[in-house]
Design a protein around this ligand. Sequence first.
Ligand code: THU
Length: 133
Amino acid sequence: MEKAEIQALIREAFAAQKFAYVPYSHFHVGAALRGKNGQVFRGCNIENASYTPTICAERTALFKAVSEGHRDFVRIVIAGRSRELCVPCGVCRQVLREFAPNIEIICLNGAGEERTFTLEELLPHSFGPEYLL
Ligand code: THU
């Protein structure tokens, strides 16, 4: 059942949050990405003393999946700890656009409140691979 599946994915995202390496921002983020075949990929944000190499939780999860041969995704849960819902940054939106233009994006805050977005809502009139054909 889809509702149970989403709840399980939310638990995965919060579990992934525990591994966030965030000595600079102290802003823990966890993500859980569900592939079309049901496989789940977790990710956390990983910061760096040089700042720019920092990677967000969503991209960690997506790159893990793509690097293992997966390219079809159903939804991603992004879980923060703060009051605001943890919405993906602009870079992550563009990276999701590359591999998963139709993905469902479920954003949560630390209280577990959630809101679901389409990528089209978050990144309208986006540039993608088909523009280069
Ligand atoms: N971050 C994410 O991992 N995902 C988001 O959706 C927003 C921002 C990370 C990047 C950085 O480690 C910290 O949160 C503060 O920006």
